[in-house]
Design a protein around this ligand. Structure first.
Ligand code: FES
Length: 124
């Protein structure tokens, strides 16, 4: 088990194989946006890392952060592309409340989608 701390919300014990986006939805129970359903397309599942940012990154996350010009934003990552495989602290910065969206998005699948191809974190 790992510990996921969400600033202002609390600390949660979570299975190391669980996607962060699903932890935020199912365990932390916040209104985390995930508009594309966890496919590394929308970037609404973004979180801001406070500590424990993973050094690995899926190619899909790297590609969408690059195309949206978000790579240079330190600590900004996509929760749908991250497994809770070590202790981490994040800020939940992309919520349904105030977004103007009708809903947070379709529940992401259990495993990372598209199937994870691991690479090193983009650093801008
Ligand atoms: S990029 Fe859309 S849910 Fe993660």
């Amino acid at each position: 088990m790992s510990k996921l701390t969400v600033e202002g919300v609390g600390m949660f014990e979570v299975a190391e194989t669980k996607r962060m986006v699903n932890t935020l939805i199912d365990d932390v129970k916040i209104d985390q946006l995930h508009a594309c359903g966890g496919f590394a397309r929308c970037t609404t599942c973004r979180v801001q890392f406070v500590s424990g940012e993973p050094s690995k990154m899926t190619q899909a996350e790297k590609d969408v952060l690059t195309s949206r010009g978000l790579v240079g934003q330190s600590g900004l990552r996509l929760s749908c592309q991250i497994l809770c495989d070590h202790d981490m602290t994040v800020r939940a910065i992309s919520r349904l409340a105030g977004s103007g969206r009708a809903d947070a998005g379709k529940h992401p699948e259990e495993n990372i989608t598209p199937p994870a191809v691991w690479t090193e974190r983009a650093t801008g």
